[in-house]
Design a protein around this ligand. Structure first.
Ligand code: AMP
Length: 329
């Protein structure tokens, strides 16, 4: 059975981008593949959370994973920091990761632009840790959004480089995966770019209905179409992209027709969109509230997950050590 690995950083709650870019695939894959879904809490350290926040964020994302329907009986659900073997592989891969290729990564360049006062080595080597997370379980498929395409290309490169350097065919080269074939990019509500935690433009699965209404009603649009079948501006196209994932095809068609006939009122579109998002997120939010304080359940999930993930990781580390030439006396 093919192995699947994917993770989400515990730097904030899950938003619609995380859900439709990644989690929706987890739900479809969990019963068909050997799945490892983790919470990237080592990765979250690049933003320097306080110890209290670190733990609360992990608990939150874990509750959200489970509330979305990830079945810890089928998939291995675990915390990255419960598998310290990954840090050893990270160190070993770092010896073959070059400064030039790391500084050229789009996500690194973006971070440098956004947080120039905290350009730490963890940010630079983010793709190396990501590669270690994935190849330590010898995954072949990685469900991710479009924003991770380049990082995954680097994962393949690091896997290939290891194989070439040691003349082995050890690590598979994993590919980005989406059930709908194309990788997804969910846009934000601010007119351009992707929805993201640090972009301040996200709709969270746990946002209350009144918050969702407020955010959607404030979303950027334009002054409206002036001729029939006019091409949409990016902000308007973005609202339709979100509508396509949360609303029924009939609703999307209805508003597209209105747009094409220049009869659309963006206020009506936004009202409908907000209500459809609320219908989608409400049951998840309620479930999160139930799970968040169920310590017994959460502990059981992460303990079982850690045990399975460590077993798989430890086997890889033993083999990698031998390939590299660390030999017992
Ligand atoms: P992150 O929140 O950056 O840790 O990303 C976790 C997962 O969510 C990754 O698979 C990303 O590709 C995916 N993701 C994050 N933002 C978006 C977005 N706006 N559209 C699609 N996928 C996304």
């Amino acid at each position: 059975m093919e192995t699947v690995v994917s993770g989400i950083r515990s730097t904030g709650n899950l938003h619609l981008g995380n859900y439709f870019g990644a989690v929706v695939n987890y739900l479809k894959m969990q019963h068909e593949y050997n799945c490892y879904f983790f919470i990237a809490d080592y990765h979250s350290l690049t933003t320097h959370p306080t110890p209290k926040n670190l733990h609360e964020n992990v608990r939150q994302i874990l509750s959200e994973y489970l509330a979305c329907g990830i079945d810890s009986g089928s998939a291995t659900v675990f915390l990255q920091s419960d598998v310290p073997e990954v840090t050893e592989l990270y160190l070993l891969l770092n010896m073959n990761a070059y400064i030039g290729e790391l500084t050229r990564t789009t996500s690194f360049k973006e971070k440098v632009r956004k947080q120039p006062d905290n350009v730490n080595a963890g940010l630079l080597t983010y793709p190396v840790l990501m590669a270690a997370d994935i190849i330590i379980h010898k995954a072949t498929k990685v469900p991710v959004g479009k924003d991770q395409e380049q990082n995954l290309e680097m994962t393949r490169r690091f896997a290939r480089r290891f194989n070439t350097l040691y003349g082995v065919d050890y690590f598979p080269e994993p590919t980005a995966f989406n059930f709908g074939k194309q990788l997804i990019k969910i846009p934000g509500l601010d007119g351009s770019g992707k929805m993201g935690k640090s972009e301040g433009n996200a709709l969270y699965l746990t946002d209350k209905p009144e918050v969702i209404r407020k955010k959607v009603m404030r979303a950027v649009t334009d002054s409206g179409p002036t001729k029939e079948n006019q091409e949409m501006s990016e902000p308007v196209q973005n609202l339709f992209t979100i509508m396509e994932v949360v609303s029924s095809p009939d609703t999307v068609r209805h508003f597209r027709d209105l747009y094409n006939r220049c009869e659309i009122r963006y206020g009506d579109l936004k009202k409908q969109l907000a209500e459809d998002i609320i219908v989608f997120t409400n049951p998840i939010r309620e479930k999160v509230e139930e799970i968040y304080n169920d310590n017994e359940y959460l502990r059981k999930v992460v303990r079982a997950g850690a045990e399975k993930a460590r077993e798989s990781a430890a086997k890889t580390i033993r083999e990698v050590r031998e390939i590299i030439g660390f030999k017992p006396f």
